[in-house]
Design a binder for this molecule. Sequence first.
Ligand code: ADP
Length: 478
Amino acid sequence: MTQMIIDGRKVDAQDGRSIDVVSPVNGDVFTTIPRGQEADVNAAVKAARAALEGDWGRMTALDRGRLLLRLGESVLAHHEELAQLESRDTGKPMSTARADITVLARYFEFYGGAADKVHGQTIPFQKDYSVQLIREPLGVTAHIIPWNYPAQMFGRSVAPALAMGNASVVKPAEDACLSIIRVAELALEVGFPAGALNIVTGLGEEAGASLSRHSDINFITFTGSNEVGVLIQQAAAVNAVKCVLELGGKSAHIVFDDAKFKLAIPAIVKGIVHNAGQTCTAGSRLLVQKGIYAEFMNALAEEFSKVRAGTPDMDLTCGPVVNKAQFDRVNRYIAKGLADGLKVAAEGTIADGVPAGGYFVKPTLFAAPSHDSTLLTEEIFGPVLVALPFDTEADAIRLANATDYGLLGAVWTENGGRQQRVARGIKCGQVYINGFGAGGGVELPFGGVKKSGHGREKGFIALEEMSTTKTLIQFYGE
Ligand code: ADP
């Protein structure tokens, strides 16, 4: 039985209820977590508010930064333990889990170093006035975290919030919260005051909903589905609370006829099968210029068919998907692709010896004859890539923008003018030119447009998102 962290203590849910946690590798229950309710959320928000009014709120930016840096060091010192927890919850291959924990440490390092480097401004105003613009924390920040990259999403969301002096309440996903709880324990060990960082586990519609509608929070970050993103924004509206939403994507690779195959092909395969495709930034659409379409698809199919899914210990290209609901959803999309007339251009394999009850999906590369299938517009969140040929540069931009989402894009060409025109033509928050992969990159501002959400995380910009300004206007004349 794992416990939550509220006000510096490990606790069960006040009503003692718990939730079973199921292994994606074999479908067995391997632990339980507290099923937090409104009372637990209230206790966590109260503790966060008290921390802001106590030691945590009085701490200098330098000292907050030092604590974050110490937490980054502690994450690295517990690297293997955290990677094991992450992999047990999500089924990730061990090398992926290890890489994720390294990125988690990077968030604490980056924002630890940044904490005392966010400065205010002075503003020239009328005669005999001094005007200062100072940065202040927002207050109690709420963070609702998804299950696909629990450790990374936690670091991305919480590290800048703490760096700016907010006190945080985190609601991890019910499928995967073990690494997050362990990091919160480490935070206490390295000296974070009680209440600065609280973790409430539970179901989305219970603990998550209670947190998002709480009248004493000042900010929400949410990464997850569009449906829940709408609920979060509605709850935030009632209390006039700012929120940052990251709600998925349907990101397109655009491959022009002068692209370097040897660069593009491995990146395109990795961009969809990494984490079994359960990545908001997955490159799940592939647009290839007609003149090279057949040749490119042949070369891609050869690489794609090498992809293997297996258990964390087998450490292959990908693991299972996270749960039964996700398994059924991805398989439904594959069946729909076949029904829509898409051709299977290549398939990966599920390794021999994986447990029968595991949620392993066969990685699939589809070739689409036209833009008609919903597999080209809806987020699947599995290892399924759909390719489509295009004619001209204008067609490529039009097709890339033909979804409700706008998170990432990628342009593969050696033509410098085309790189700029296409990158600027795609409606999204990040564009790669001759590369791909948003994992890591803690320095790089990230977020979506359209239904991929709003607000920015990562980089220095997150420090602005997670703080506010106060303008001090002083008359010093006589
Ligand atoms: P998925 O459908 O991929 O599981 P969700 O958007 O449901 O993604 O979950 C992302 C996070 O949002 C999880 O921590 C989940 O518990 C939480 N969540 C789900 N429903 C709600 C809700 N109604 N209010 C607040 N949080 C929720």
